[in-house]
Write a protein that binds this ligand. Structure first.
Ligand SMILES: [Zn+2]
Length: 95
């Protein structure tokens, strides 16, 4: 079953197996399912494996600790020696 949106009826309807006219394999992972809504209007649904979310193969997880440890140590070293101040120096005050 598919949930199909009919633009003529302006509503979503369930498309059962009996209402499906044909299924076409457009490209790898993309299917085009064509059918008719209960009132007889033509409805086309794009579906397939290309529309399902997958994990990004380029993401290998968080950086290993052996990479981040030197940066964290430097950050804490800087934090100790330089106090962060957001106040404007005296000459920049207008009043
Ligand atoms: Zn319709």
């Amino acid at each position: 079953m598919f949930v199909a949106y009919c633009a003529v009826c302006d509503r979503r309807t369930l498309l059962g197996v009996d209402e499906i006219d044909w299924v076409e394999n457009l490209t790898r992972g993309v299917l085009s399912v064509s059918g008719r809504c209960p009132r007889g209007h033509e409805v086309v649904i794009l579906t397939g494996d290309a529309f399902t979310p997958h994990r990004d193969p380029r993401y290998f997880g968080p950086a290993p600790r052996i990479w981040t440890k030197p940066l964290n140590r430097m950050r804490s070293w800087l934090r100790i020696r330089f106090q962060l101040s957001r106040d404007l120096p005296g000459p920049f005050y207008r009043f």
